[in-house]
Every structure is written in structure tokens, then in C-alpha cells.
Design a protein around this ligand. Structure first.
Ligand SMILES: *[C@@H]1O[C@H](CO)[C@@H](O)[C@H](O)[C@H]1NC(C)=O
Length: 492
């Protein structure tokens, strides 16, 4: 509707410009009965004192408002008949006299005469003012729209109203039904209005930055252009329908900025100031309650990831394949959020196939399950990947439990197998320890004296079986720890 009006205004404008500046018209009150204008010729006919009057004048372009239907060119039924035209002397025509409605009495008094003359003039003035106002208002609205259209695609401003925070946006999105993420053009606009603040991490894929968007913190993972496939894969996994969960890192946007010479690949997510679980455990020891919170939330996140939800609003089962303390973030409330889904695989249950990640990167060697190390894992069977995740979760639990402060005792932070393999171990070194010698991280005896640590120790051992199928499931661990949290009166 608005667009149609704009088009009309534009065509009228261009039409007039095309006519040029030197339009000649017949003119009733001019020298030589001719006038020149950049606008239109007008002829008008009306009654005064029962006599037909003809007026021919020029109308300047400035007075042709509103465009398309200038008030100067309007006829008023019964009072005046007006015609505007845009070629030389086109107003030479004789218009038909409108049917007079007030002249039936024949001779008019002074009052009628004034009314008939002043009325239309007054009307014209009012209409002219309204017209000018409408025209200007319209121009402004049009210009505004033009600007919006240049900056961002249609209807984006609905999502990105100035006062909206990211939480609002994500909420809008999760209630709008798609359940998989913000529309791509919104993601792009969000990503391009982020101001990077400081680098908070480096990895093989690139860098992680803290950024600001509308006053709030966001994390920006910037991939080097070589890692385009990892970037794409991770963005794809994060946008899996129904993936959002309080214990999985909240994804906000993916964007590929091409600045001419290279492409910057961004993944924008929630920012958690505690950083990774690895950093957190290095810095702090945890209480029993803190340990249960971390462990239970990690299990909840993993259970959600692994779980397949059927139906149109369902989600495929997803295996992480690179679970470790560095890939789990700690939120302000002491709960975990599983991150770094770049290596994840999804299970298509209908066809019973796995959409294996196209990049050939494998997980972190230190956390690889025995069947991954000795390559006996059945890659065709999706559950194998879930079992490998559980093995890694057991190692993460061991890292957490060591930092648990029970009765004033807690151990220093260590990576799993710190005492058995060198830093940055090779697959071969890991395989010897984990598969051949069948060694596992040490579960100290004193853990038996504390119920929570005893339960944690038991879970770990059941995560570490050489036979993947014998390991606990994430859901089972979640249930066991939920029970423990009730017994220990932990508020989640
Ligand atoms: C209009 O002007 C043209 C050119 O001067 C003239 O030939 C024509 O008679 C005029 N028409 C009227 C109605 O005055």
C-alpha cells in the first residue's frame, strides 16, 4: 500500500521533470494571453452571477501538490470544473460548465456571491496546506524506508527493535516455533554490530573473543578461513532444531564477513565469564554442592544432546565426540554448558544413518575412549559415539571430584592420565596406557568416606568400562545425580 503510493508519487514527479521547464499555456490575465511554467497548464470554468467564467493559468511545479492529484487541478462538483495538462497550450480547451446548484434562484445577492467566491478559495487554501503537509510527511517516510532497505532486508527491524536485548531476541525466536535459531539475516545483523573487546582464548580453529552487543557480553569464536568447514559444521549443529538447553552453550549467530581479501568466519554465542571448566577447576576448588551442580548439569546437557526427540518438532540424537573440561563452560550459577560442537555427529533415525562431520578432525587424544584409540569402534552404529562421550564424561567427573573440598581435603587440579602420559600425548602413547595396560585415573580410597564422592567414583568407573555398551547412559547418570542432589539438599 505504502509502496504503491510511493510509486505514484515518483512517477508523477518524473513525469513532470520530463515535461521540462518551458511549458507554455494560455493565460486569461497575462500579457499576450500566454504564460510559461515548469509545472502544468490549467483551465477552469465556474459560475459567477449566473455567468460562466473561464480561467486559464500556469501552475508552477512547486504548487502541484500532492503529486498525482494536485489540489489545483481538482474539480468541485457543481462549483467548478478544472483541467490540468502538460503540453503547450493544452489549456486552450473550453470546459463544460458544471451544473450550478446554488444559482437556481437566478440573481444572487452579495452574500451568495462572496460565499461562492470565498468558499472555493478557502477550500483550496486548506487543501493546499494539507497537501503540502501530506507530501512532506510522505517524503520523509519514504526516505526512512529507503534507508532501512539499504541497510537490512525487509522486516528485520521487527526483530531488531532498538530496545531489544539478546535474551528478548532468543525468546522471540524460541516462541516463534522454528526452535532452531534466529533467522539468518538477523544473525548477520547481530554479528555485524558486535564490538570486539578482548581476546579470551586461542585454539587450533582460531580465536575466541569477548564482544559487546547492545551493552551485553557475547562470545565470538573467529575461525581462520582455512577452517571454513569447521565453522560451517559447528553453525549447522548449533542450529539443529530443538537443541537449545540450559546446559548447552546458547548459540546466537553465525556470520561470514568477506572484507575483500579474506573471509572472517564468526560464531557468536552466550558469554560465560568463568570460562571453561578446565580454567574454573584450575582456579577454584569446589564444595560438595558445587561438585554435584557441575556434574549433574553436565549430565543433563549431555543427556539432552544424546536424546532423540521424535515428531516434527523433534531433534536428532547428537554425539559430541570431543567432550573435555576445556569444551565445557561454567555459568554464573555454577552450572555447566557444553560447548564446541564442531565435531558432533547427528543420527538420522528414519534412515538409521549418521551425518558424519565432513572434516576429518578427531577428538582430543587424552580423552579418547579405548575403542577410538584402537579403532575398533563401530562407526556405523550411532550409539558407539554416545558411549565414547560417556567415557570422556567420566574423565571430566574425575577432574571435578579431585577438586572437591570435603573435610578440608582436596587435590590439586590435574588432567586425566597426567601421571601416565606426557603432555600432548600421541595416540600410540594413549593406546598403550588405556587399551593395553587397561589403566584408568586413580580413584582415591578416602572418597569412600563421603557419600557424594563415593557415588561420583562409582559413576566414573562405570563410565570407563573397556566395553562401550556396558557404560552408563547420560540419562542414567543424570538420574543418579539428581537423586544425590536431593539427598544432599543441593538447590539446582
Ligand atoms: C491559446 O493560445 C494559442 C496560442 O497563443 C491561441 O492560438 C489560442 O487561440 C488560445 N486559445 C484560447 C482559448 O485563448
Amino acid at each position: 500500500m505504502a509502496l504503491k503510493r510511493t510509486a505514484l508519487a515518483l512517477s508523477a514527479l518524473f513525469g513532470l521533470i520530463a515535461v521540462g521547464d518551458a511549458l507554455r499555456c494560455n493565460c486569461t490575465n497575462c500579457e499576450k494571453n500566454v504564460c510559461e511554467t515548469d509545472g502544468a497548464c490549467m483551465a477552469s470554468t465556474y459560475y459567477i452571477e449566473g455567468k460562466e467564467q473561464h480561467v486559464r493559468i500556469c501552475i508552477n511545479r512547486d504548487n502541484l501538490v500532492p503529486p498525482g492529484q494536485p489540489f489545483y487541478c481538482l474539480s468541485a462538483e457543481g462549483l467548478l470544473n478544472t483541467h490540468c495538462c502538460y503540453s503547450d497550450y493544452c489549456n486552450s480547451i473550453d470546459l463544460k460548465v458544471p451544473v450550478p446548484t446554488m444559482s437556481s434562484g437566478g440573481s444572487w445577492g452579495l452574500v451568495e456571491l462572496v460565499a461562492v467566491i470565498a468558499g472555493p478559495v478557502f477550500l483550496l487554501c486548506v487543501l493546499l496546506m494539507v497537501g503540502v503537509f501530506l507530501f512532506q510527511y510522505h517524503q520523509r517516510a519514504y526516505n526512512h524506508r529507503q534507508r532501512l532497505e539499504v541497510e537490512d532486508p525487509s522486516c528485520e527491524h521487527l526483530y531488531l527493535a532498538k530496545d531489544k536485548t539478546l535474551q528478548d531476541l532468543i525468546y522471540d525466536m524460541s516462541t516463534s516455533g522454528s526452535g532452531s535459531g534466529l533467522p539468518l539475516f538477523v544473525q548477520r545483523t547481530v554479528a555485524r554490530t558486535i564490538v570486539l573487546q578482548e581476546i579470551i582464548g586461542k585454539g587450533r580453529f582460531g580465536e575466541v573473543w569477548r564482544g559487546k552487543w547492545r551493552g551485553g557480553d557475547v562470545a565470538v569464536k573467529i575461525f581462520s578461513s582455512r577452517e571454513e568447514r569447521s565453522w560451517f559444521r559447528e553453525a549447522e549443529i548449533y542450529q539443529t532444531i530443538m537443541l537449545r538447553h540450559e546446559n548447552i552453550l546458547g548459540f546466537i549467530a553465525a556470520d561470514n564477513k568477506d572484507n575483500g581479501t579474506w573471509t572472517q568466519l564468526w560464531l557468536v554465542s552466550d558469554y560465560h565469564e568463568h570460562g571453561s571448566l578446565f580454567d574454573y577447576l584450575n582456579r577454584y576448588s569446589v564444595t560438595i554442592e558445587g561438585m554435584i551442580k557441575l556434574s549433574l548439569s553436565a549430565a543433563s546437557g549431555l543427556a539432552h544432546l544424546h536424546m532423540e526427540i521424535l515428531g516434527t518438532q523433534g531433534k536428532p540424537g547428537i554425539a559430541h565426540r570431543d567432550l573435555k573440561s576445556k569444551n565445557i563452560l561454567v555459568k554464573k550459577n555454577g552450572m555447566c554448558a557444553i560447548a564446541d560442537l564442531g565435531l558432533a555427529v547427528r543420527h538420522e533415525s528414519i534412515t538409521d544413518t549418521i551425518d558424519i562431520a565432513p572434516n576429518q578432525r578427531v577428538g582430543t587424544k587424552r580423552y579418547m575412549a579405548p575403542e577410538v584409540l584402537d579403532e575398533t569402534i563401530n562407526m556405523k552404529h550411532f550409539d558407539s559415539f554416545k558411549c565414547a562421550d560417556i567415557y570422556a564424561l567420566g574423565l571430566v567427573y574425575w577432574e571435578i571430584a579431585r577438586r572437591c573440598n570435603a573435610g578440608g581435603i582436596h587435590e590439586e587440579y590435574q588432567l586425566p592420565y597426567y601421571d601416565l602420559v606426557p603432555s600432548d600425548p600421541s595416540i600410540e602413547e594413549m593406546r598403550k596406557v588405556v587399551c593395553d595396560q587397561k589403566l584408568r585415573p586413580n580413584v582415591p580410597n578416602w572418597w569412600q568416606s563421603y557419600e557424594s564422592l563415593r557415588v561420583m567414583g562409582k559413576i566414573m568407573r562405570e563410565c570407563w568400562y573397556a566395553n562401550g555398551a556396558a557404560r552408563l547412559t547420560a540419562l542414567r547418570i543424570k538420574k543418579t545425580l539428581s537423586q544425590l542432589s536431593v539427598e544432599e539438599d543441593v538447590k539446582m
